[in-house]
Design a protein around this ligand. Sequence first.
Ligand SMILES: Cc1ncc(C[n+]2csc(CCOP(=O)(O)OP(=O)(O)O)c2C)c(N)n1
Ligand SMILES: [Mg+2]
Length: 584
Amino acid sequence: MAKTGADVLIETLIDWGVDIIFGFPGDGIDGIMESLRTHREQMRFLQVRHEESAAFMACAYAKYTGRLGVCLATSGPGGIHLLNGLYDAKMDTQPVLAITGHHYHDLIDTHAQQDVDLDRVFMDVAVYSTRVMGPEHVSNVTHMACRMALSRRGVAHINFPIDFQSMEVKKGHPSPRGKHQGNTETFARGAALPCKEDLRRAADVLNAGKKVAILAGAGALGATDELIAASEKLGAPIIKALLGKACVPDDDPHTTGGIGLLGTAPSQLAMEECDTLFMIGSSFPYMEFLPKPGQARGVQIDLDPARIALRYPVEIGLAGDSKRSLTELLPLLEYKQDRSFLKKAQDGMKEWWRSMEERGTRADKPMKPQVVAWELGKLLKEDAIVSCDSGTIATWWARQIKAKRGQKFSLSGTLATMANGLPYTMAAQVAYPKRQCVAFVGDGGFSMLMADFVTAVKYELPIKVVIIKNNVLGQIRWEQMVMLGNPEYGVELQPIDFAMFARACGAVGLTVTDPAKCSSVLEEALNVPGPALVEALVDPFEPPLPGKIKPEQALRFAESLARGQPMRMRIATTILEDKVKELV
Ligand SMILES: Cc1ncc(C[n+]2csc(CCOP(=O)(O)OP(=O)(O)O)c2C)c(N)n1
Ligand SMILES: [Mg+2]
């Protein structure tokens, strides 16, 4: 049978090693759906309930596997729904291909139905955005799109008018210069290595430092052993940006855990006291948590030379892959005899973990959210993949769940969107059917895309969802109070019985309110063979306190209380209790 334009698209993607597309049908992509039907043995189609989920899944699939993630949506509204997930991919530099439909090519730009210029709409989010101009055009642009997404680590977009999808592809090309089909699925990987001279200069700066701090991010995820070796030689604590949570396990004595608002006090102290900052694969955006410019000499490894010195002035930039660059650098580093900087960080971490354990084992009612994270962390398997959303939950996830070697962790780092946690977890489960895949999410974020929990039921993805239910957009409550000194407004959430919802979807749904039962309820859910959801009712007044509180934050907080913050007595006592517990 003759091939259609859509067949060429799907077969080209198969040649590129793609075996799953996340998407949602519509009349703008019926031709592509037909080709997916006829190629269903080689290419799976996973139907979501909201296109945004499909884009998040493509992004997470790329994050967790390093492979190209692909999503599909119809013309107009379908494509528009993809955008948030695609921005997540753009901002966390993940290779994603988005395919969208369009109506008949002769009606484009005539105020026809769903006449949205998606190739223009996607211009900002995509490194490559194109519209198919005829069935013979499909092969070239699909190859280009795959190559662009992978090489530029970003979003590529193909907009495909409906009539071209089902049109037969003629042999050869209609244009006089399109004689040869030179485009193949070949992808050339560079060595991604800095030059020798820069490595030498970087080693000189690092060797001269007396208090070196390492900041490692998502780009260092594959370089665990090399990071530890560098830390050992330099006597340098490894501070982890949020996306780099899994780059060094939390039980390793070389790391001080996270940084920033949801980071640890020893990380902050190391940043404040270091004389040399060595950044590895991180574009951690909160510059106020880095050393003051002039305080420390900077060295940075990044795959993208354009990101060198983006957040902190550096003397030497090493453009390359973290693992390979560190492998080359390590022999040039001298062992620092003075271990006091690392030792101080390690002592600080002993104290920090004691305090995390204390917060994670509190018997108070209502239950503290930290208890749920702490217990979950203890129960997770060695190969667990844990995805999180934005909110106070990210603080509990960052601090209270100890990353073990072999586990994977992610959330929406730079876009910091809500609602990605559930689709991220489903994508992880698709990529690794045998691993334990868990979403640790808030009630606000989960409810945004909760219909897609049924997608896990439909495809028998045995994901586990833990919802921290505080009936509030917790993060914003605290931000309104602490950043501007205002009483909270517009943040309460109408409660949903999520356990009942899970059961309505055909999955297991459990509720836990008592900290004494938290571990056993979580364990029960983790042991369910299929998808399961636990809603954990927690204290809505538990504040995500920063590792170190700044005086101006305390002042604004006091202001908000004085200006009529509801439940101010409850809040004041909760915070006071936390601070007192920190002091004793
Ligand atoms: C799509 C989107 N909308 C709004 C925000 C702003 N925002 C950040 S965290 C947050 C609250 C999240 O609430 P919830 O999921 O209930 O978690 P909690 O903070 O209560 O733990 C909001 C509204 C965002 N990051 N993304
Ligand atoms: Mg909430």
